[in-house]
Design a protein around this ligand. Structure first.
Ligand code: UDP
Length: 317
């Protein structure tokens, strides 16, 4: 939203603030920015919110492995209905807006191919593992987007984000980077699940915003799917050690079993690295903040946030 406002025009936000914080928007209160507090499950509200919009960025979703695993039915409903309502509301507009649909790298599931290309097979686990319900809902959204593009020429682009992080990201829904930072800052043990050899690539939200806005302005990107993010791979154990080093914490790094709330059949993604060839072919080289810089920037944000220091930045799952 801040990037959109900097580029001019007006921005309307539809958010139920279930995982966000009003303070993140407060600084921007002004005539060019409007917050409608409500859910994307409310089709009437969604339609009203979309009235007159030239561009729509659909990010609203229940996210985070901890949340999805704890409340799968509710999350599934939010994610499926929210996206269905998006397409219903878009269709109801006289001039359909440009749509950027936020999907997720989670759709690749357990695929062992590295790096992951957009046309890679999607390998999900069984329905008895609630985690895969999130990827399933995102996959349905992607099918809807591509069908709307093919059938009605809707200018929609799908972006698959890879572990996007930044100073405002909450830890309450399981996300590893803010969790480790908070543990390090409080002198608690950093809890590495399993052996910690699983890998991820962490992207700075500022880079992701820039890449998404460039794709949004690219006429040939409509009807396409893109990996968006950074391809610097690190194991979770190494990440924990790096966070301890950068924060100057005395915390210990420990290997622990997956939380009991994840269930006996919990499945993790062993390795996840994006292939950014397609993104670079469309956009050229875009800034990709290295992991150390991302951690330092996020750390400064955490230190400056009194709610986080008090452990009150987010509701529990
Ligand atoms: N993870 C961990 N300790 C934590 C939280 C997460 O070791 O306190 C691991 C988790 O098992 C996974 C990785 O960190 O292998 C990334 O987890 P996250 O939930 O942030 O994202 P995702 O699994 O969706 O990539």
């Amino acid at each position: 939203m801040e990037s959109l406002l900097r580029r001019g025009g007006t921005v309307r936000v539809l958010d139920d603030l279930s995982t966000g914080r009003r303070e993140n928007l407060a600084a921007l209160a002004g005539p060019r920015c409007e917050l409608i507090e409500g859910s994307v499950r409310d089709l009437r509200l969604f339609r009203e919110a979309m009235e007159g919009c030239g561009r729509v960025f659909h990010l609203a979703a229940s996210v985070g492995v901890a949340l999805i695993t704890a409340r799968p039915a509710e999350c599934l409903r939010n994610n499926l209905e929210g996206t269905q309502n998006l397409f219903d509301a878009v269709t109801a507009q006289r001039h359909p807006p440009r749509v950027m649909l936020f999907s997720s790298s989670e759709v690749y599931g357990k695929s062992s191919r590295v790096p992951l290309r957009e046309d890679e097979e999607l390998v999900l686990g069984p329905t008895s593992v609630p985690r895969w319900s999130y990827a399933s809902a995102k996959i349905v959204g992607e099918f809807q987007a591509l069908a709307a593009h093919r059938a009605r020429g809707l200018p929609v682009t799908v972006v698959r984000c890879f572990n996007t992080c930044g100073p405002r990201q909450l830890s309450a829904y399981g996300m590893v980077l803010p969790r480790f930072l908070e543990q390090a800052l409080r002198g608690q043990r950093l809890t590495v699940y399993g052996d910690g050899r699983q890998t991820r690539c962490f992207s700075d939200v500022a880079d992701v915003v820039e890449q998404v806005l460039l794709l949004e302005g690219h006429p040939a990107a409509a009807g396409e799917v893109f990996n968006v993010g950074n391809d610097e791979e690190i194991s979770i154990l190494e990440l924990a050690r790096l966070i301890v080093e950068i924060s100057g914490s005395r915390s210990e790094v420990v290997n622990v079993p997956y939380p009991s709330g994840y269930g006996p059949q919990f499945e993790d993604v062993p390795r996840r690295v994006p292939d950014l060839t397609k993104l670079r072919a469309y956009l050229g080289n875009t800034p990709e903040t290295d992991l150390r810089t991302l951690i330092e920037r996020t750390l400064r944000g955490h230190r400056a946030d009194p709610a986080r220091a008090a452990g009150a930045a987010a509701p529990p799952v």
